[in-house]
Design a protein around this ligand. Structure first.
Ligand code: ZN
Length: 257
């Protein structure tokens, strides 16, 4: 069974649901360590490209490392929906300290809001994945890039290498150049940014990007408080319902938190 999907950039192709052999991909610890599981899943379940969208793929199979995060995530959601159906059930704890009740929630993965890549962003991406904005406080123009699958694989290591300077590490990774600042002084400049500028920059990254909005509003059945949560997304996301619950339980009993 194959299904046509159009990703947020316009990349279009046929996908199939996961087969038993993909279980091996998800269980492969070595692959998990280098962040290759999702690429493997995409490579197996994306069967044919009917429109490459803004990408130029030199060879026939897609280079998923060159594909924008928004497209990759969308394709993965659709593969999951095709495999197990569009409904995705998950459980979280109420965030109110006085409550902490278990909230069981379900979302339709095919109904999450999707933001398409705008024609301006597409042009900037095709011209070399360089976007520009001006920082309100520093008054400088900065060039930055949208994240691709290749970047996605590098970020965890980067974050581990600078846990105390997470924000500046991520900003420095995405900022390509700053007008009037030498490349070697980039990191220093970013460390000195006001938080307002940093916040502005992160908003700009989001504004020009495409993708699936994974913020979900849930309501606690006990205290009725509504809260926004991020769609839980890890390798268990691709397991059938029962196995997923079992794996999450095993994990929560084996760790103290
Ligand atoms: Zn509650």
């Amino acid at each position: 069974m194959a299904n046509a999907v159009t990703c947020p950039t316009g990349l279009t192709g046929l996908i199939r649901g996961m087969k038993v052999r993909e279980e091996r991909v998800l269980a492969d610890r070595k692959l998990a360590k280098v962040g290759g599981q999702l690429d493997e899943l995409l490579a197996s379940c994306w069967e044919e490209t009917t429109d490459p969208g803004p990408y130029v793929f030199a060879e026939k199979p897609i280079d998923w490392g060159a594909v924008l995060q928004g497209d990759r995530f969308f394709a993965l959601l659709m593969i999951r929906a095709l495999t197990y159906g569009p409904q995705y059930a998950f459980g979280i704890s109420c965030r109110r300290d006085a409550c902490r009740a278990r909230i069981e929630w379900e979302v339709d993965l095919t109904k999450l809001p999707v933001r398409a890549l705008s024609s301006e962003s597409r042009a900037a991406f095709v011209a070399g994945n360089r976007f520009e904005t001006t920082l309100p406080d520093a008054g400088k123009r900065v060039g930055f890039k949208l994240l691709t699958g290749g970047d996605e694989r590098k970020l965890p290591a980067l974050q581990r290498s600078a846990p105390d300077r997470l924000l500046s590490a991520v900003l420095a990774y995405r900022v390509l150049d700053i007008a009037g600042i030498d490349a070697k002084d980039k990191r220093q400049f970013i460390e000195e940014l006001t938080l307002r500028d940093a916040d502005f920059l992160v908003d700009e990254f989001d504004r020009v990007d495409c993708g699936v909005d994974t913020t979900i509003e849930v309501e606690c059945p006990e205290c009725r408080e509504t809260q926004e949560v991020e769609l839980p997304f890890d390798s268990a996301f691709f397991l059938p319902g029962k196995e997923r619950t079992a794996r999450r339980k095993a994990r929560s009993t084996s760790s103290p938190t």
